[in-house]
Design a protein around this ligand. Structure first.
Ligand code: PLP
Length: 218
């Protein structure tokens, strides 16, 4: 699909959900994609991107930003505390804050650096062993902890289990956000973004549907 086709599908899904067109932000997930494909999407005017590795983003985004200074990049993959400083220099938002040690590190660095990216708390809605994210029953406590640290929490993020109906997980994430007074919902990918928009997604992470299949998976 082209960027334009995805944007049209976004607008249609927003209208069908009774939402304002443009109320869901499209994050173009450029991980692993060849530079020329990413450059093409930048040239078409898109400005919001997602990467899941700090190192990979550090290797390509400073260069792209020389040409497209208003481009914005969000971290959507796991973050190790020893890379937090670099991540805070590179990214405008971090979608994967999921443990006290990381939250405390970001809060300390924010003091020192004088700025902090927007923060999303990742929730492991499917309670999968191998997946990052705070367990749903621990989310309220962790959100409170992040607030006590004065982190700029925008909302919640989830990656539903591959073999389950994503809508159930989107609905659960929405509930947790609502009871915590959070409006941001980072959810939905190439295969299910319309369902995510129907359930209130504000940040939708679409990779392969825009750029084509990745050459390899991370
Ligand atoms: C890769 C990735 C995506 C995009 O996946 P597609 O299926 O290519 O749209 C979204 N979210 C996260 C966290 C990812 O790592």
């Amino acid at each position: 699909m082209s960027l334009q086709e995805i944007q049209e599908k976004f607008a249609k899904a927003e209208k069908e959900a009774g939402r304002a067109v443009g109320s869901a932000q499209l994050i173009a997930v450029s991980k692993v994609q060849p530079d020329e494909r990413v450059h093409a999407v930048l040239s078409e005017g898109h400005r919001l991107f997602g990467e899941n590795r700090v190192q990979e983003a550090a290797g390509k985004w400073p260069k792209f930003k020389e040409e497209f200074s208003d481009a914005s990049v969000h971290l959507i993959g796991p973050l190790q505390t020893n890379k937090a400083r670099q991540a805070m220099e590179l990214f405008d938002a971090i979608h994967t804050v999921d443990r006290p040690k990381l939250a405390k590190t970001i809060a300390r660095l924010a003091q020192e650096m004088g700025h902090c990216p927007d923060v999303f708390v990742q929730v492991n809605t499917g309670e999968e062993e191998q997946k990052a994210g705070v367990a749903p029953q621990e989310a309220d406590g962790f959100i409170a902890e992040c607030r006590a640290l004065e982190l700029p929490i925008k909302g919640l993020m989830c990656i539903p289990p591959a073999d389950e109906e994503a809508s159930l997980h989107f609905a659960l994430l929405g509930k947790i956000a609502e009871r915590n007074g959070l409006t941001g919902l980072s959810m939905g990918m190439s295969g299910d973004f319309e369902r995510a928009i129907a359930l209130g997604a504000t940040h939708v992470r679409v990779g392969s549907a825009i750029f084509g299949q990745r050459a390899y998976e991370l």
